[in-house]
Design a protein around this ligand. Structure first.
Ligand code: NAP
Ligand code: GDD
Length: 354
């Protein structure tokens, strides 16, 4: 049987890594893209420019809020696996656009599940669930598949609906539908307004003399940060099992935003010392005394998930999933990539010069 995948969110961080991974496994890959007023394919341009385009890799215009398009795609493509990665995925912004987030991140999941149930035959289904579901339960850590949910944002609440409707379709219609409860995963392709990429991009700009300082919100928040390239393998593994299930993917390590800042500057040979507290906190270059980091309450959220730390024992044991990149490796990869793009040199080269 030919393996045919349909990926929603193919232009996003995870969609681009997943498309690469599935093509390397010999899949025919179909990606759903939205119409934009400007071209929006930078994360997959290298695939579009390669030999897979038009032979194994195909893009289709649709929108996951539009069920007729989903029905058309599922019935025409006849995928053997559907990966539902599309979402309004920014937690902070979900407070600004809560209703749209409910549609795009919540109800759209139902529309796609219905399309698969009606026209997908024995197609397997992956739902991009999230550690944001755990939200406000810091006393239960590390968090596993057994930890209760308590979302703290319109995004988290929409993803909660998506999680349960996926479980419901599995139980009601015997569909092979899985939730990947993924903790934060990052990469050089991470959107520029997520905190890790905001940090590495700002540091590269500061070192290139193009930005004065980095302004952040809550630096005490703790996250379990892994590498997106490792996590897409886990998504695929979930759909290769005998039985469908729900799995946490995480690194089992947690760090504050402040620690990420320190590690990223440290990668370039700059030691940060901290002064002040709360909105008055400043990150200062220990050698020169220059203020490189400050706090801007504009980046605080109305409600915050303070602490995420994942236990991925089930995925390791049942799927045989493992990670190749640790926290230090992730910071180095992202810092190198942004510095190279902006200043034309790696962190090692920068350190050698300064
Ligand atoms: P991302 O970079 O923000 O990508 C989101 C993708 O969804 C983009 O391709 C976007 O298309 C598409 N999209 C959004 N609304 C859509 C709509 N109405 N119709 C069609 N496509 C739409 O997100 P990501 O980091 O790759 O994450 C992938 C998924 O995993 C998301 O569902 C996210 O919520 C979830 N997740 C992510 C993490 C993480 O740490 N990265 C952790 C847990 C769960 P455009 O390019 O057109 O905007
Ligand atoms: N984005 C952002 N910008 N976050 C900041 C900033 C800032 O300037 N300053 C501090 N933070 C804090 C946020 O308040 C949050 O506690 C933490 O940094 C991480 O924020 P994000 O990188 O925006 O990610 P997230 O954890 O809210 O959500 C990401 O991970 C989820 C999985 O846990 C997204 O990828 C979600 O889609 C995903 O579900």
């Amino acid at each position: 049987m030919n393996n045919i995948a349909l990926i929603t969110g193919v232009t996003g961080q995870d969609g681009s890594y997943l498309a690469e991974f599935l093509l390397a496994q010999g899949y025919e890959v179909h990606g759903l893209i939205r119409r934009h007023s400007t071209q929006n394919t930078e994360r997959i341009d290298h695939i579009l420019e390669g030999p897979y385009n038009g032979t194994k890799f195909f893009l289709h215009y649709a929108d996951t809020t539009d069920s007729s398009g989903l029905i058309r795609l599922v019935s025409e493509i006849k995928p053997t696996e559907v990966y539902n990665l599309a979402a309004q995925s920014h937690v902070g912004i979900s407070f600004e656009v809560p209703e749209y987030t409910a549609e795009a991140t919540g109800v759209s999941t139902l529309k796609l599940l219905e399309a698969v149930r009606m026209f997908g035959g024995s197609c397997r289904y992956y739902q991009a669930s999230t550690s944001e579901l755990f939200g406000g339960i810091p006393e239960t850590a590390p968090q596993s598949e057994k930890t209760p949910f308590y979302p703290k944002s319109p995004y988290g609440a929409a993803k909660l609906y998506s999680y349960w409707i996926t479980v419901n379709y599995r139980e009601s219609y015997n569909m092979f539908a899985c939730n990947g409860i993924l903790f934060n995963h990052e990469s050089p392709r991470r959107g520029e307004n997520f905190v890790t990429r905001k940090i590495t991009l700002a540091i590269a700009n500061i070192l290139a003399g193009k930005q004065e300082k980095l302004s952040l919100g809550n630096m005490n928040a703790k996250r379990d940060w892994g590498f997106a390239g490792d996590y897409v393998k886990g998504m695929w593994l979930m759909l290769q099992q005998d039985k469908p299930g729900d799995y946490v993917l995480a690194t089992n390590e947690t760090h504050t935003v402040r620690e990420f800042v320190e590690a990223a500057f440290g990668q370039c040979g700059i030691e940060i010392k901290w002064e002040g507290e709360g909105v008055n906190e400043k990150g200062i270059d220990a050698k020169t005394g220059r203020v490189l980091v400050d706090v801007n309450p504009q980046f605080y959220r109305p409600a915050e998930v303070e602490f995420l730390w994942g236990d991925c024992t089930k995925a390791e044991t049942e799927l045989g999933w493992k990670r190749d990149v640790d926290f230090k490796g992730l910071v180095a990869m992202m810092m190198d990539s942004d510095l190279k793009e902006i200043a034309g040199m790696t962190c090692e080269e920068y350190k050698a010069k300064n």
